[in-house]
Design a protein around this ligand. Structure first.
Ligand code: MN
Length: 234
């Protein structure tokens, strides 16, 4: 193949215990915990909805490491959203929730970092969320834990601390649309493929971070993710 320039290296996330998980697409679920939906001004009973981040927005943080995310451009209100990330090892279309469980390769702790001021501007104007959601380094993720080790993750505490203070807390059991239902719904709209990551939504307590802050996210049975917000680059 004679490419006109060198293609970028594939985006990959370290797997706990060794190996790399190659990323295909990054799907995200909006308002998937009732309390967060309410804090964002909704009833919490809407059907699931989705947005995507480009694969190269993924910011892998290896086991035991402190990741670093440069403060992004254009925003005065960078928000944290701690989320369970589901990593697919197989694809499909129109899968049932029962079949969906078999597509899961593993799980990780992730952060759906959001330029909330830009997202809110876009919402008001009925415009796409891309500028608020799909920017560089906006998808930090810890190591992927193989499902063969963790079993199916259907409950367990999910937390986020900023500088040692608890900001977000919830339980995976409180997802409005559980992981299997989410995968099934996604598979009706897109053709799912091995390497897809799904950020499954955030519990209540989202808020702003600034350069120098250290975030510590945990999910019972999955692991943790530590991330420092660095000053803006450029
Ligand atoms: Mn989110």
């Amino acid at each position: 193949m004679s490419y006109v320039f060198s293609p970028p290296a594939p985006v990959a996330v370290p797997v706990a215990g060794g190996g790399q998980f190659p990323v295909h697409r990054v799907y995200c679920v909006g308002r998937n915990y009732a309390e967060h939906a309410v804090e964002m001004g909704h009833t919490g009973r809407e059907p699931p909805f989705f947005f995507l981040k480009p694969a190269d927005t993924v910011l892998p943080v290896a086991e035991g490491e402190l990741g670093a995310m440069p403060y992004p451009t254009l925003t005065q209100n960078l928000h944290h959203e701690v989320e369970l990330v589901v990593a697919l090892g197989a694809g499909g279309r129109d899968v049932s929730p029962e079949q969906a469980q078999q597509l899961i390769w593993g799980y990780a702790v992730g952060l759906d970092m959001t330029r909330r001021d830009l997202q809110n501007d876009m919402k008001k104007q009925g415009r796409p969320w891309c500028i608020g959601k799909g920017f560089e380094h906006s998808a930090p993720i810890g190591p992927i834990q193989p499902r063969t080790r963790t079993g199916d993750i259907t409950r367990g505490a999910i937390t986020l601390d900023v500088n040692g203070e608890r900001r977000q807390t919830g339980d995976i059991a409180d997802l409005i649309w559980n992981v299997a239902e989410t995968i099934a719904a996604l598979s009706r709209a897109w053709t799912l493929a091995p390497g897809d990551l799904i950020y499954t939504g955030t519990p209540a307590g989202v808020g702003a971070v600034v350069p120098g802050d250290v975030l510590h996210a945990t999910i019972d049975g999955v692991g943790s993710l530590r991330l420092r917000i660095d000053p803006a680059q450029r």
